[in-house]
Design a protein around this ligand. Sequence first.
Ligand code: ZN
Length: 235
Amino acid sequence: MKLYDAHCHLSGAACHTVVLNGTCPADWLKVVGFAEKDPAHIFPAIGLHPWRVPDAPSDWQTSFLQQIDAAKAVGEIGLDQRIEGYDIERQQAAFRWQLEQAAQRNLPVSIHCLKASDSLLHILKTQPCPKRGIHLHAYSGSAEQVSHFAQWNTYFSFHAGQLGGRAKKAPAALQAVPIDRLLIESDAPDTIPACEDHASFLLRGYQRAAELRGLTVEALAEQVAANFKRYFLYD
Ligand SMILES: [Zn+2]
């Protein structure tokens, strides 16, 4: 069974096919360099993460433009109103600019959104998005909001940590996602419990998603593989 990880970070790329996300200029160089070792299985994404906006070097956009041709996607970018001391206006400016770069090149884009759905919806309504669609990683919105986001040809991914017993919204949201828009991720390495590795954490995400959709894990994996290829791999 071939598994695809729609969103992870450096040192999480231990196995399977992954989209490896960078979070700041120093990280982008490492991500692009790492992906060169196995271009058939590691797809590099570069983006300024909302957590990295406050300490981004003043020339981060120049670095972005230098690296983007080597990348297969834009990410991780987004909005986060859950972190302490967030500056939503600076986050929005960085997000808008990067979304525009993705739209101009019709690149996949991996979006982080925490407690900022209204702000994200406003931006999506007021500027162009990549024609191929957008990807909301570790989707944390409600099941009802899935249909609001769907108009941008949106893909939604979830990881095993969101789908466990205590989580309330994510399992219902996963059930609301159109089956041809569902992706599975690890967001490794920070999400993975100390007792688990990347491969088993990713597989657990597939197993839990299959249970929630009433499918065998093989059938779910086949569908997720088709979704992953359609979104990330077609030019
Ligand atoms: Zn991430």
